[in-house]
Design a protein around this ligand. Structure first.
Ligand SMILES: Nc1ncnc2c1ncn2[C@@H]1O[C@H](COP(=O)(O)OP(=O)(O)OP(=O)(O)O)[C@@H](O)[C@H]1O
Ligand SMILES: Nc1nc2c(ncn2[C@@H]2O[C@H](COP(=O)(O)O)[C@@H](O)[C@H]2O)c(=O)[nH]1
Length: 206
């Protein structure tokens, strides 16, 4: 069978739900078989964040140049900062047959959905809004004002979950990772079966 193009896996959900925590846990597992796409942002680095590891940190004018040059698969302005996915890296990896994992907010995920309809879209949901607030406050990385803006955005973002292929509740990190791994394996099996059925049909009609 010919080599398939890699799958684009999009993990999205409100700020503070645990996307980064779950993604880091997934990528720490020895059998993880996909590539993480590091995003561009105009947000200032948090303590301990490293350029080109956590994000490619950019000025607003550098980011706007990337937009103008068509170098982003998607981008969005979220609570005062730009965030975006480098297009070239995603294409290069997928063309090489590697699955690519994006961890992005919902406006960007909607753009990817329209450009890459065969992507796999997973919404990470909090067990409750109170727990979401506790997680954002507990992380201790944002001011009260920014936390309030992120929580206001979260209410709207939660309404978008029905546009996703799967919703995974992040009650416990390990369980959320197991669910995501199971979804990815099942999707691969399904897509291979669909392709095989198509190839069988071509053979029959030849
Ligand atoms: N299942 C969980 N149970 C309890 N705490 C969690 C869980 N998952 C993540 N957290 C905690 O919640 C906080 C927010 O997690 P994280 O930074 O991963 O969220 P995020 O969705 O990536 O946020 P953002 O979108 O703002 O980058 C962190 O302090 C993290 O340790
Ligand atoms: N649309 C995009 N959203 C992104 C991207 N990279 C990260 N994000 C999301 O932005 C918010 C805020 O992130 P933070 O690091 O400041 O807490 C969060 O939901 C991220 O998942 C991206 O490339 N495009």
């Amino acid at each position: 069978m010919r080599k398939q193009r890699g799958l684009l896996i999009v993990l999205s959900g409100p700020s503070g739900v645990g996307k980064g925590t779950v993604r880091k846990e997934l990528f720490s597992q020895p059998d993880t078989n996909y590539e993480y796409s590091i995003s561009m942002t105009t947000r200032a680095p948090r303590e301990g964040e490293v350029d080109e590891v956590d994000y490619f940190f950019k000025t607003r004018s550098e980011f706007e140049e990337l937009i103008d040059q068509g170098q982003l698969l998607e981008y969005a302005e979220f609570v005062g900062n730009y965030y975006g996915t480098p297009l070239e890296y995603v294409n290069k990896m997928r063309d090489a047959g590697r699955d690519v994992f994006l961890e992005i907010e919902v406006q960007g995920a909607a753009q990817v959905r329209s450009k890459v309809p065969d992507g796999l879209f997973i919404f990470l949901a909090p067990p409750s809004l109170t727990e979401l607030e506790d997680r954002l406050v507990g992380r201790g990385t944002e001011s009260d004002e920014v936390i309030a803006s992120r929580l206001a955005a979260a209410r709207q973002e939660l309404e978008m979950m029905n546009l996703y292929d799967y919703v995974v509740v992040n009650d416990e990190v390990e369980k959320a990772c197991d669910r995501i791994n199971a979804i990815i394996i099942a999707e691969h099996c399904k897509r291979e079966r669909v392709e095989q059925r198509y190839l069988d049909m071509l053979k029959e009609n030849a």
